[in-house]
Design a protein around this ligand. Structure first.
Ligand code: 3SL
Length: 236
């Protein structure tokens, strides 16, 4: 049986051999949720970029741009890091360059994986099906917050581990901890996530509605996957 592990923050990635694994990168609030929403609304490809300058350079080459610093849209970008921005942004058939504080950095750090996919509650079941089909040792990489763990990504990791429990062997206590946390929170996810430090940051940015949206399970069946430098929508 293949294994499933959880890396609770990209700062711990050196403890896992990501090159030998399928990586699922998650930043529930809000980067991976925004990416999934953009693809669900027709985005053609997305270049994740670690730094603002890289995004602006791609914008000059014709890409649309999206992302945040301190949660706010970066000056000169077309979109912020809200699912509502990209669903109303007519991104159909377009290329998007995106940079966020933790989400795109986590992708950058995990990109040597055998395959890299993007997960969030929004695509939970479709993603679980894809991971099952691939049937490789799998590592869930939580974006966390500036090197620290966060609860919302850990809860998502627990949800995915729960879905894959019969097909993969859980390896390491972080997978077990994530699953236990998810099991005690799943019936009141919004109330639990509302208590997190990032929820409090988002409230200050009036992005509470984003949070509610990002916690909706299985809204979309699209699974973004890294193909060379770009994320593309997984063909079904
Ligand atoms: O850290 C990130 O990558 C962002 O998702 C943070 S925020 O929700 O846009 O503030």
């Amino acid at each position: 049986m293949k294994t499933i592990e959880v890396c609770l923050t990209p700062d711990l990635l050196h403890q896992y051999s990501v090159v030998e694994k399928v990586a699922v990168v998650v930043d529930v609030l809000r980067a991976s949720s925004t990416m999934i929403t953009a693809f669900a609304h027709g985005l053609d490809r997305l270049m994740p970029v670690a730094y603002v300058e890289g995004c602006l350079a791609l914008q000059r080459l014709g890409y649309m741009s999206a992302g945040e610093r301190d949660g706010a849209k970066v000056e000169g970008f077309d979109f912020g890091n809200s699912p509502y921005d990209v669903m109303n942004g007519d991104l159909s058939g377009k290329s998007l360059a995106m940079t966020t504080t933790n989400g795109t950095l986590a992708i950058e750090k995990a990109k040597s994986a055998k395959k890299l996919m993007i997960g969030a509650f929004l695509n939970l079941s479709a993603l679980a099906e894809r991971v099952k089909e691939l049937n490789e040792n799998t590592l869930i990489v939580c974006a966390g917050w500036k090197g620290h763990i966060n609860l919302e990504d850990t809860l998502f990791a627990g949800a995915l581990v729960s879905k894959l429990g019969d097909h993969f062997e859980m390896k390491g206590d972080s997978a077990l901890a994530a699953q236990l946390m998810y099991n005690t929170s799943k019936d009141n996810l919004y109330e639990v996530v509302s208590q997190t430090s990032h929820a409090k940051r988002l409230k200050k940015l009036s992005a509470e509605k984003d949070m509610r949206f990002c916690l909706e399970p299985d809204k979309y069946d699209v699974v973004p996957i890294l193909d060379s430098e770009h994320l593309v929508a997984q063909p079904s």
